[in-house]
Design a protein around this ligand. Structure first.
Ligand code: CTP
Ligand code: CA
Length: 227
């Protein structure tokens, strides 16, 4: 069964997928992070592998386990994720589904920060993390032929995603509305818009596995056209 599945339209293709949150340490016992179960990224990696792709799955500490049949690289921080992504290239396509922390604590403490008894509050200095999607999208050499980003937005979803696609320099953006009233965040379903250079496509609300299968099929189509 496995060998039959491997014989799909992405046979011989290498696709990189990032997934999950990153954890940015404050001290040895504390961190800052985004909310991300890793469910959508995991489903995308599974769907790409099912079409025959060789998949490198670079994942932060996610709740949902990685799928079988992919090469898993585990990381904690955004900087580790960038290094793992660079080490995994070249790739025919790359999908950036990770919820990367935008900021890290500039100088994490090597020892546990303690209350000193006076009620004084600790101050944290932040530094901006590297933008992994933008870095790869703007590579002069060795850029994957198709670079796909995600955009989780709460307001003006499509306008924000169109602007984000241009700013990052990626080919496609999968945009979703994560406003609390949609109930999307942390749920089993997703309602996304696929933003490309030639416009936006609205996909109906569907399970994350179905979103993944549809996206994997679109990626196979795009790589097939280019071959
Ligand atoms: N991303 C990334 N590296 C970062 C931040 C984001 O690779 N340091 C990727 C995400 O994986 C996603 C896309 O960029 O594919 C958009 O992430 P998002 O957080 O929506 O974009 P930002 O540019 O960080 O903008 P915002 O201020 O809206 O958070
Ligand atoms: Ca962000």
């Amino acid at each position: 069964v496995q060998s039959a599945l491997m014989d799909g339209p992405l046979k011989g293709r290498h696709v990189l997928v990032t997934s999950g949150p990153t954890h940015e340490p404050i001290d040895p016992v504390r961190y800052i992070a985004n909310r991300s179960s890793g469910a959508q990224g995991s489903a995308i990696a599974r769907a790409l592998a099912a079409l025959g792709a060789k998949v490198t799955f670079v994942t932060g500490p996610a709740e949902v386990p990685p799928p079988a049949g992919v090469h898993v690289v585990r990381v904690e921080t955004a900087r580790e994720m960038l290094a793992a992504v660079e080490a995994a290239l070249p790739a025919d396509a790359a999908v950036f589904a990770a919820a990367v922390a935008d900021w890290r604590v500039a100088s994490a403490s090597g020892s546990k920060i303690k209350k000193d008894g006076s009620g004084a509050l600790p101050a944290l200095d932040f530094a901006e993390n590297p933008d992994i999607l933008a870095t790869v999208s703007q590579m002069k050499q060795g850029r994957p032929g198709l670079v796909v980003g995600f955009a989780a937005e709460t307001d003006d979803v499509i306008a924000n995603a169109i602007a984000k696609r241009a700013r990052k320099g990626c080919d496609w953006i999968v945009a979703n509305d994560v406003s609390p009233e949609t109930g999307i965040m942390g749920g089993a379903e997703n309602a996304v818009h696929l933003i490309r250079a030639d416009g936006a496509e609205d996909w109906p609300r569907m399970g994350k596995a179905e979103v993944a299968a549809k996206l994997a099929a679109r990626i196979a189509g795009a790589l097939g056209d280019e071959a």
